[in-house]
Design a protein around this ligand. Sequence first.
Ligand SMILES: Cc1cc2nc3c(=O)[nH]c(=O)nc-3n(C[C@H](O)[C@H](O)[C@H](O)COP(=O)(O)O)c2cc1C
Length: 254
Amino acid sequence: MAGNNIEEKLYQSIFKRKSIRKYSQEPLEMHKLNQIRDFLASRSGLYSNIDVESKIVSEDKISSLLPIKAPHYLVFFSEEKDGYLQNAGFILQHLDLYLSLIGLGSCWFGLAKAKKEIAEQSQLSYVITLAFGAAEEKLYRENKAEFQRKELQELRDKDIHDELIEAARLAPSATNNQPWYFKVSQNRIDLYLEKPNLLKKIFYQKMNQIDIGIAAAHLKLAATHYNKDDKFLFNCPKADQLVDYLYQFSLKVN
Ligand SMILES: Cc1cc2nc3c(=O)[nH]c(=O)nc-3n(C[C@H](O)[C@H](O)[C@H](O)COP(=O)(O)O)c2cc1C
């Protein structure tokens, strides 16, 4: 799978993928793990100036109060520059879709922490983990009704480019919070983050930013699919300030 073909396949995965929490504990073959590493190495982030690093580790290198028992965990590290959490969400959501595409299960694992011995191996800051392996539950959704998501109308102001917003609507988010909002015009989609209340601020601040990157990954794959893809605009001066939402960045569309 090379070039745009893979983007198209990742796009198609959006409509089938689901979080997998039951895994065969059998480790994957080395060539599969290398395939996963190669895929990740081939992806670009939202920001080219942010250094990132990932490692595939086993359960004994991870701690969590609520475990997801998987044979492998992808732990992700990043420089802590502006936008690094969104960048992590954007990169790793492509991996989440890729794992589904190659017949493996995965689950974002926000509750996990990399143990000290692993964290110390990187110069960068620990961000988040993705659990993965062979699924021991149904791997795919069969139709959109199986997604528990907000309605499209709640997520955007105008019905232009709904086919792109639809892909973002199906994106996974921490506790399925779906904290995103889209202001849509002919040439641009502005992404917003729901302003969290105090409780959510404490629990979700980091996760919310990752969620925005995840939605942006789905939006961009859909834009490529529909030949509307242009580029992301950061700090777009034309974006409106909204009362209930915080402006994040924009996707220019053709
Ligand atoms: C940033 C992030 C962190 C998450 N952390 C966890 C977690 O710690 N444990 C877990 O079981 N699921 C976790 N999830 C999975 C979400 O609960 C799941 O994506 C959401 O409920 C939507 O379901 P779906 O992925 O099957 O579409 C996380 C998802 C995201 C995006």
